[in-house]
Design a protein around this ligand. Structure first.
Ligand code: SAM
Length: 164
């Protein structure tokens, strides 16, 4: 059976119809997508692990949410090529910060030139390595308590540990 567009881009939507999801993407989501996000989405689509990326609709929801709460300091666990990271960076003010954690820097570097071109790379503090040891250190350090307005956990291994 030929894959639909929905399956090709690997989305696991709550919507039960691929056609409806594709319609929403084409009529509502893609027309509002900033050029840099589009570029990053298209580069990521060529990567063998593209199923991991945040979808364009999720990216716009994240961006909206961050603006609504006036987020300034955020953390992202699970960066991959940086689609949700770029969406976050575009939502934060000029002096906003994102602590971005991933075990794999190579994939982050695929998106980095696009993030730099978008003029938001200065908001990102990328750290390569497993998130949990750093999170443990931050729990120990009182200075870190209450320092994040928003944390996006998008690494399955971490989610599994949190859920138990
Ligand atoms: C679903 S992808 C993240 C997608 C990303 N948010 C985006 O918008 O494209 C999950 C990422 O979590 C990373 N990861 C998995 N386990 C991790 C861990 N223990 N610590 C940090 N990163 C981890 C993987 O390397 C992978 O890049």
């Amino acid at each position: 059976m030929a894959a639909t567009k929905h399956q090709e881009v690997g989305h696991k939507s709550l919507l039960q119809s691929d056609e409806l999801y594709q319609y929403i993407l084409e009529t509502s989501v893609y027309p509002r997508e900033p050029q840099a996000m589009k570029e990053l989405r298209e580069v990521t689509a060529k990567h063998p692990w593209n199923l991991m990326t945040t979808s364009a609709d999720e990216g716009q929801f994240l961006n909206l949410l961050l603006k609504l709460i006036n987020a300034k300091n955020t953390m992202e666990i699970g960066v991959y090529t940086g689609y949700s990271l770029l969406s976050t960076a575009l939502a934060l003010p000029e002096d906003g910060n994102i602590l971005a954690l991933d075990i794999n820097r190579e994939n982050y570097e695929i998106g980095l030139p696009i993030i730099e071109k978008a003029g938001v790379a200065h908001k990102i503090d990328f750290r390569e390595g497993p998130a949990l040891p750093l999170l443990d250190q931050m729990v120990e350090d009182e200075k870190c308590h209450g320092s994040f307005d928003f944390i996006f956990v998008d690494a399955t291994t971490i989610l599994t540990i949190i859920k138990g």
